[in-house]
Design a protein around this ligand. Structure first.
Ligand code: G4P
Length: 524
C-alpha cells in the first residue's frame, strides 16, 4: 500500500440508458483491472443472484437491474471503486444517493442512439453536484451516427464543451479500429476472427506513413480529414474545465470488442479526481481530516435470505479505517464497533482490514444504520446533501390478513430505511400511506412483502397526491399542524409531513401560511 493512498483512488459510477452497454463495459473494466478472468462473469453472477429471491424476478421479467453494488479493482497502482447504479428510471432516488458517493462518472452512450432520456436525467443529477464526467460512446463496431453528430448532440443537449480524445476508424461494416488522438496510438483487432482488440500501433501522428499500410485508403482519408476538423473545431482537453464539470472528454469504443476500454481506464487514472472534501456541518471534511468519517448512502436488507442481515454501504470520507474500530452515528447515540466490515470485490465479499477515503465498506447491522447517517469517531460532524424526495405516487396499504399488522409495520419500516419506499403514518386513522417516486417501486414492494415478510397486501389509491415536509419556526409549524391535523402524518423518523390532495393545494397552503416552508426534499 502506498504511503498516501488518497491520490491513487478513483471512486466513480457509470451512468447510461438501459441497453447502452453498461454491464458489458463494467465487465470489461473488471477484466482489464484483473478483478475477473473471464468475460461473462458479471452477467453470470447477476443471474445467480437473481435466482436467489423471489422479488428479483421482477428484474428478470423486466430485464432491468434493481439492486446496486460496489466493485473494486486495481490497475497500475490505482484503486478503482466502481459503484453500480440501478438502471431504471423508477429508481432515480436510489441512484441519486449513489451518485452522492462518487467523485466522478462515466457516461455511456450508444453510438446509434445518442443521448437518451435516462442518460439525460442522470446527467442532470451529476450536474447538480458538479460531478465530472468522462463520455464513452459505445458500439462503434456497429453502424451508428456520424461522429460529429454525436459530439454536437452532447454539446447541445447537455450544454457541455466536448473534447474528442479518440476517433473510430470506420464504423459497422467498415469498422477497422479506434485511433487515440492523444497518444497517437491505433487500436486494432488481432487474430483470425478479427473479433477483438489485440494490437496497438504507436504512430507519430495522423500523417505517419505506417497508417497507409494498415488502414484502408477510404477510412484513412476520412480519419485524417475528420480528425483535423475535430481538433480545430472542438475544445482541447482542459483538466480544470473537466473537474469543474464544464467539459467532457469523449472516448469512442466498443465495450463488446474491447476497443477503447484501456484508453478509458487510463483517462480515469490520469484525469478523474481523487477523493476530495465533501460538504458537512459545521465545515467541509477533507480526506486528510484527522479522524475517520463517512456517510451511509445505501442500505440493503436481506441480501442473504437466510440471514436477516442488512448492509449499510458507507463511503469513507476521511481517515484510515481499521477493522474493529468504533464509529458513532451522529445524532443517534451509541458507538458501533465494526468488527466485520465488508469490501465488495468483483467475485466475493471480503473482510476488510483497512480502508481509505473514497473506499466503500459494507457494515452489517440490524437496522441501526440508515441512509444519510454520518459515522465518525467523535460524532462531531454531519455530512449534508443526501435528500429524500417528495413521493409522486401515494398509496394506502391494505392488509389481506388483518392479524399481520405488526409484520407489516416492521416490513414498511425496513423497506423505507432501505429507500425502496417512503412510509407515512397519518395522525388520524390507521391506514398507513406509502409513497414512491416511480410505479415500479410499488411492484417491488408487494413482491418483497410476500417473499421476505410473508405479508399479503393490496395497494389502494390514497386520497392524497403528494407530500411535503415542514420547515420554519417551531411555533408557526405547530400552529399549522394543529389546524390541519386531518392531513398530517409522521414519516419513519417521526418528522411531520403534510399530505396534500393536489399540487394546487400545496400552492394554496403555501400562500395561506407564508411563514411555514413546504419542502419537496428533506435532508437528513
Ligand atoms: P446495459 O447494461 O447498459 O443495459 O447494456 P448491456 O451491457 O447489457 O448491453 C446491451 C446489449 O448491447 C447487449 O446485447 C450487449 O451485448 C450489446 N453491446 C454492448 N456493448 C456493445 C458493443 O460495444 N458493440 C456491440 N455491437 N454490442 C454491444 P444483447 O443482445 O441484449 O445481449 P447479449 O445476448 O449479447 O448478452
Amino acid at each position: 500500500m502506498p504511503e498516501n493512498p488518497i491520490p491513487g483512488r478513483r471512486t466513480f459510477a457509470i451512468i447510461s440508458h438501459p441497453d447502452a452497454g453498461k454491464t458489458t463495459l463494467t465487465e470489461k473494466l473488471l477484466l482489464f483491472g484483473g478483478a475477473i478472468h473471464l468475460a461473462g462473469e458479471v452477467k453470470a453472477r447477476g443471474q445467480a443472484r437473481r435466482a436467489r429471491s423471489d422479488w428479483m424476478k421482477i428484474e428478470q421479467q423486466r430485464g432491468i437491474s434493481v439492486t446496486s453494488s460496489v466493485m473494486t479493482f486495481e490497475r497500475e497502482g490505482v484503486t478503482f471503486n466502481l459503484l453500480d447504479t440501478p438502471g431504471h428510471e423508477d429508481f432515480s432516488e436510489d441512484t441519486y444517493r449513489t451518485l452522492t458517493a462518487v467523485d466522478s462518472a462515466v457516461m455511456v452512450i450508444d453510438v446509434a442512439k445518442g443521448i437518451e432520456s435516462q442518460t439525460r436525467k442522470l446527467f442532470e443529477v451529476c450536474r447538480l453536484r458538479n460531478v465530472p464526467i468522462i463520455t464513452f460512446v459505445n458500439k462503434v463496431d456497429r453502424e451508428g451516427r456520424e461522429v460529429f453528430e454525436t459530439l454536437d448532440e452532447i454539446a447541445d443537449l447537455l450544454a457541455l464543451d466536448v473534447a474528442p480524445m479518440t476517433w473510430p476508424v470506420g464504423m459497422g461494416g467498415t469498422f477497422e479500429g479506434v485511433y487515440d488522438l492523444v497518444s497517437n496510438r491505433l487500436l486494432l483487432p488481432e487474430g483470425d476472427s478479427r473479433e477483438f482488440q489485440g494490437k496497438v500501433i504507436q504512430t507519430t501522428g495522423l500523417d505517419d506513413p505506417q497508417l497507409d499500410a494498415i488502414v484502408s485508403a477510404q477510412n484513412l482519408a476520412k480519419l485524417r480529414e475528420d480528425a483535423e476538423l475535430a481538433l480545430a473545431g472542438y475544445a482541447s482537453f482542459d483538466a480544470d474545465a473537466y473537474r469543474n464539470g464544464d467539459l467532457t472528454p469523449v472516448y469512442f469504443g466498443s465495450a463488446l470488442k474491447e476497443f477503447g476500454v484501456d484508453s478509458l481506464i487510463d483517462a480515469l487514472a490520469a484525469h478523474a479526481p481523487p477523493p476530495h472534501a465533501l460538504p458537512a456541518d459545521p465545515a467541509p471534511v477533507a480526506p486528510d481530516h484527522g479522524e475517520v468519517t463517512g456517510f451511509v448512502f445505501k442500505v440493503q436488507a436481506n441480501m442473504d435470505p437466510n440471514h436477516r442481515d442488512r448492509i449499510a454501504f458507507m463511503r469513507l470520507v476521511s481517515g484510515t479505517f481499521k477493522r474493529g474500530m468504533k464509529l458513532t452515528p451522529t445524532g443517534h447515540g451509541k458507538p458501533i464497533a465494526i468488527h466485520s466490515p465488508i469490501m465488495f470485490f468483483a467475485q466475493q465479499r471480503e473482510l476488510a482490514d483497512e480502508a481509505f477515503p473514497g473506499d466503500i465498506i459494507g457494515i452489517p447491522n440490524h437496522g441501526t444504520l440508515r441512509v444519510g447517517d454520518t459515522l465518525s469517531e467523535k460524532a462531531a460532524v454531519r455530512f449534508t446533501g443526501l435528500p429524500n424526495f417528495a413521493p409522486e405516487i401515494l398509496r394506502r396499504v391494505q392488509l389481506k390478513d388483518p392479524t399481520k399488522t405488526k409484520q407489516l409495520r416492521k416490513a414498511l419500516d425496513d423497506l423505507s430505511e432501505e429507500g425502496v419506499i417512503q412510509v407515512f403514518y397519518p395522525e388520524i386513522g390507521s391506514n398507513w400511506i406509502i409513497g414512491v417516486v416511480g410505479q415500479l417501486q410499488l411492484d417491488v414492494l408487494l413482491s418483497r412483502l410476500e417473499a421476505e415478510y410473508k405479508v399479503g397486501a393490496n395497494l389502494e389509491p390514497a386520497p392524497y397526491d403528494t407530500a411535503r415536509w415542514l420547515g420554519g419556526e417551531p411555533g408557526d409549524v405547530k400552529e399549522f399542524m394543529d389546524l390541519n391535523r386531518g392531513a398530517m402524518a409522521k414519516d419513519r423518523d417521526g418528522d411531520p409531513v403534510f399530505l396534500a390532495k393536489s399540487a394546487w393545494e400545496v400552492g394554496y397552503v403555501a400562500d395561506r401560511y407564508p411563514r411555514v416552508k413546504f419542502l419537496a426534499t428533506r435532508e437528513r
